[in-house]
Design a protein around this ligand. Sequence first.
Ligand code: FE2
Length: 251
Amino acid sequence: MKCIFPPLIEPMRFALFADIHGNLEAFRAVLGTLQNGRIDRHICVGDIVGYGANPGECIKLVKDLDCLAVAGNHDWAAVDLASIDYFNPYAKEAVLWTRSQLSQEDRDFLKGLELVREPHGFTIVHATLKAPEEWNYIFSASDAHENFQLLSNCLLFVGHSHVPIIFEENGGYRYHFGRKVNLKEGQKYIINIGSVGQPRDGDPRASFFIYDTESRQVELRRVEYNVDEAMRKIVEANLPPVLAWRLREGE
Ligand SMILES: [Fe+2]
């Protein structure tokens, strides 16, 4: 099914990030690089908390930026809206620790996050459009196909896998791994924006995207941050050390 980009009334530049996971060092580094260019709206595609040592501080930054945000599985798990039965032991321990760190205000904010939003003519969801509350992944062309069928806009931004990738529906399916992609009229795209706070594609740098409606271009950005400091805080908080070590490798 073809789609049409919304008419360009007012050009907008969006910064989109996901899977911050309480990593304040990574999040601050991302926001630091955005200071030099124009951003009209910040978008957060879920998992502000979980794993990292600064959940409350990351929630505050998201609120201060007036981010348009959706819920991730860790956000909802931290306020008991999602089950942690299927979490691995490290993730489970981190969620339980995160719960102990949140203020009532933080909890209210996370509870208020919706699963799907459609701002500015595109769609955002943390996991999938098909049963977003089941927290499945879009890995394969067949996963992408199911979600393209449900997508009425041209663009769907997702997170959850912590691996940046773009699926293009153009009669068949095409994968883009490059940094910049020019979006074509009539084509649909599912864009996984990668993870700010716990990348898993072998590159430890924080990952996020810029979407420019005027040039109709999406761009993957990677930013170095103080990984050692983020690791130190995780160990100091008595969170599972593996959550620190994996940051260094980006896996
Ligand atoms: Fe995540």
